[in-house]
Ligand binder design. Structure first.
Ligand code: MN
Length: 233
């Protein structure tokens, strides 16, 4: 069997202290999963989780100790940062109970769910899909994956994002409305999870705009932080 052209390769994310790459299957994202952020977006706070996706090749790897360059995307004048804990799935499954969810987790990473907020809001108002606001090229910066065994206290970690050295978002993973296990339980009833899936678990309050020249620093206690500069288009 031959292909009519060279197929794109598998997207891989480096694993900390390992020569292996984590091969990415899908990227799931959770909406409004911190109460204060849900309120700032006009929601009531706690409500059932909802999901959207980004393409696997929208990832932008930010290697430890480097500054990744994210080109300012087209069609927007309101590019927002959303710092998020990313869960990497190592074992798939359907209808995974929250109590068993930990067995399916390969590791964790720091991620940014970059958002064309103006386009997302336009699509919301029109009742149209969010893809153009969320799933654009380079919209998913991510750091190296830390194996779960090396991040035993992730549930109590702090999560923060600074822009040009000023703190914009700061919270703790314990503030998640739906914690990682509950999210896996809910997500796996809607889709069969596969090894290689990534889950962006939602962002705390304080989202806001960045412009070309800004440098974002994302950190979660116990994980490899990320540094991403917004480059001119
Ligand atoms: Mn998000």
């Amino acid at each position: 069997m031959i292909y009519s052209f060279t197929p794109p390769g598998v997207v891989g994310v480096p694993v900390l202290d390992s020569p292996a790459l984590f091969p990415v299957h899908r990227i799931y994202c959770v909406g409004r999963n911190y109460e204060e952020h849900a309120k700032e977006m006009g929601g009531p706070g706690r409500e059932a989780p909802f999901f959207f996706m980004k393409p696997a090749d929208s990832l932008l790897y930010a290697a430890p100790g480097t500054t990744a360059q994210m080109p300012y995307p087209t069609l927007t004048s309101n590019l927002h940062h959303e710092i998020e804990l990313v869960v990497a799935i190592g074992m798939g499954g359907r209808h995974i109970a929250a109590a068993d969810a930990h067995r399916h987790i390969f590791g964790y990473a720091v991620g940014l769910d970059m958002t064309r907020r103006d386009l997302q809001n336009d699509m919301k108002k029109a009742g149209r899909p969010w893809c153009i606001g969320k799933g654009f090229d380079h919209s998913a910066p991510i750091g190296a994956i830390t194996p779960a065994v090396q991040a035993p206290n992730i549930g109590q970690a702090t999560i923060s994002l600074g822009v040009n050295g000023a703190v914009r978002q700061s919270s703790t993973i314990a503030q998640l409305i739906w914690n990682v296990s509950e999210t896996i339980e809910q997500l796996s009833t809607a889709w069969e999870l596969q090894p290689g899936d990534l889950i962006y678990t939602g962002t705390p309050a304080g989202v806001g705009a960045v412009v070309a020249g800004d440098v974002m620093q994302g950190d979660i206690t116990g994980l490899s932080g990320i540094r991403v500069a917004v480059a001119a288009a």
